[in-house]
Design a protein around this ligand. Structure first.
Ligand SMILES: Nc1nc2c(c(=O)[nH]1)N[C@H]1C(S)=C(S)[C@@H](COP(=O)(O)O)O[C@H]1N2
Ligand SMILES: [Mo]
Length: 516
């Protein structure tokens, strides 16, 4: 086979794959977006990819890691499809067997997701059937030519049959176009079946215990400094969901079960009828590097989890509460933490609005003082009482600690690294956090000189971060600024640098600036 013929055969393979993926999308409008082959297989990859690779992806792509994963999967698929096309040009059955193998992977991925039913196999099956049809059409059916024949090329290259070539290319082009229309159209239709309308229709009750007012001066309002209250749209998002779960509040239920004396099932309406409290709580991700921004502070409205657990009456020894999301993700929280009186909430509201869909609508957990991966279950539908000895939540077998108290940390927001400043007074400012313990002191030092105490702004409570500031008399030259915080227990942040895994990064945030 000549290079040109191989190119045509590869194009046939890619067209078949595109039709398979594209045709699956409209079917997935009926069976749910997580049954679409690319998403289903991508989800498997997310769950089973080795931890170092995931760390690398997050480091490289940040919160775009999911898009990067999908593009990577698509490129890999295209390469396989091209190869399959070339093989199928020689023997069609090889191509058909290849498509069947891909269909089997798609079906297996779709059927093993949490909450899957038999219908979830349909997108992959329909896609594979149409993909096989297209491969036949282009390589052996009405659109085929002898472009990949083994006959020696004629003096004018491969152009054995210009008419056939035109027919083939027009056919492949039309099929690729149809695949794109089906894929994008289906995807768009699927998006319209989301719960944003149901979310807009939710009227949140007024809290029976309102959040304390934010004290004057809590927000220093400096240009580069993170605001004291993070907006919903500016709030970091971390989860394993390739498509955001769309949970209808009408059918949502929370089951509190496992090692309890009274099993409880609550509807969304039941939840809203209970006394709701509103609290400022700063949420943080264990994957946050020193100086990173996977942290945000919001006003959460919700039902105290303690009250629900008291009613459920956990049995002796049930030291872990497993929060389970509709998509099967789990987190494990110490029962004692949820019952010690802190404002651990089943939250329905965020900054005065129903929870944004990507932040867990209709209901999520919020627990002051613990990293999100052990406590902040979004789209939560179960609280199961068990023990740490009996159950490992999602991240534990993946190398993260079962216990995840938030480490005391501090960050310099202004000036930024590599900023160029003028000599004279410079406002150095940032945030510090040690949720539920509180921050007692923040210190700054320049060029490893003596630590200088910064001024702490007022905060609502020990459950939120605090802004700090320090006036620096900057002199010309290159300078290094560092910050460290001490929590209310008197523990000062260690300067020893440790990575985010298994239980949170340590070290002092360091910023280098040039002053002229
Ligand atoms: N269902 C579900 N909930 C989840 C996660 C997840 O992957 N799935 N990730 C957790 C992690 S690691 C963090 S840090 C917080 C982040 O919450 P946010 O996206 O609202 O900021 O959600 C937690 N809740
Ligand atoms: Mo996280």
């Amino acid at each position: 086979m000549s290079t040109t013929s191989r190119g045509y055969a590869a194009l046939a393979g890619i067209t078949a794959a595109a039709v398979a993926i594209g045709a699956a999308e409209p079917v997935a409008v009926l069976t749910g977006p997580r049954s679409a082959p690319l998403i289903a297989v991508g989800g498997l990859v997310v769950d089973f990819v080795p931890e170092p690779v995931k760390q690398f992806a997050i480091a490289l792509f940040g919160t775009y890691d999911k898009i990067a994963l999908l593009i990577g999967t698509a490129l890999l698929l295209a390469a396989f499809a091209a190869l399959l096309g070339v093989l199928a040009a020689r023997r069609l059955w090889i191509g058909l067997v290849g498509i069947a193998a891909f269909a089997a992977i798609g079906v297996a991925a779709a059927l093993t997701r949490a909450g899957a039913d038999a219908a979830d196999a349909l997108p992959s099956l329909v896609g594979a059937a149409l993909g096989a049809l297209v491969l036949w059409l282009l390589l052996a059916g009405p659109l085929q030519t002898d472009l990949w024949s083994w006959s020696p090329p004629t003096p004018d290259g491969d152009e054995v049959d210009p008419e056939g070539r035109r027919r083939f290319l027009t056919g492949a082009g039309a099929l690729l176009g149809a695949a794109a229309v089906a894929g994008l159209g289906g995807h768009w239709l699927g998006g319209r079946r989301g719960v944003s309308a149901a979310r807009r229709a939710v009227a949140l009750p007024t809290p029976s215990a309102a959040a304390p007012a934010v004290p004057a001066g809590a927000d220093l309002s400096l240009a580069e400094l993170a605001p004291y209250v993070t907006t919903n749209s500016g709030f970091y998002r971390i989860d394993t969901a390739l498509v955001v779960p769309q949970v209808d509040p009408e059918t949502w239920q929370l089951r509190i079960h496992g090692r309890v004396r009274n099993e409880i099932t609550l509807s969304f309406a039941d939840l809203l009828r209970r006394p709701l409290v509103e609290r400022y709580v700063t949420l943080a991700c264990v994957s946050n590097e020193v100086g990173g921004d996977l942290i945000g502070n919001a006003r959460w409205l919700g039902v105290p989890i303690k009250e629900l657990l008291d009613e459920a009456e956990p049995e002796e020894g049930a030291d872990q509460v497993v929060g389970r999301s509709v998509d099967g993700w789990t987190c494990g929280t110490p029962t004692t933490v949820l019952r010690d009186g802190r404002d651990a909430l089943l939250a329905v509201g965020m900054n005065g609005e129903p929870l944004p869909v990507e932040h867990g609508f209709p209901v999520r957990m919020v627990v002051p003082g613990l990293y999100g991966y052990v406590s902040a279950c979004k789209w939560v539908t179960e609280l199961e009482l068990t023990s740490f000895a009996d159950f490992d939540a999602y991240w534990v077998p993946r190398g993260w600690s079962a216990q995840g108290p938030i480490r005391t940390q501090s960050r310099i927001d202004t000036p930024r690294s590599r900023n160029r400043l003028s000599a004279g007074p410079v406002m150095v400012a940032g945030v510090a956090w040690a949720q539920h313990r509180g921050i007692r002191r923040v210190e700054v030092r320049v060029d490893e000189g003596p630590w200088r105490e910064a001024t702490l702004a007022p905060t609502v409570s020990a459950d939120t971060w605090v802004q700090w500031s320090w006036r620096w008399d900057a002199t010309p030259g290159e300078h290094t600024l560092q910050v460290r915080a001490t929590d209310a227990d008197g523990q000062t942040q260690t300067g020893q640098q440790r990575p985010v895994a298994p239980d949170g990064a340590t070290g002092w945030h360091t910023v280098k600036v040039t002053v002229r």
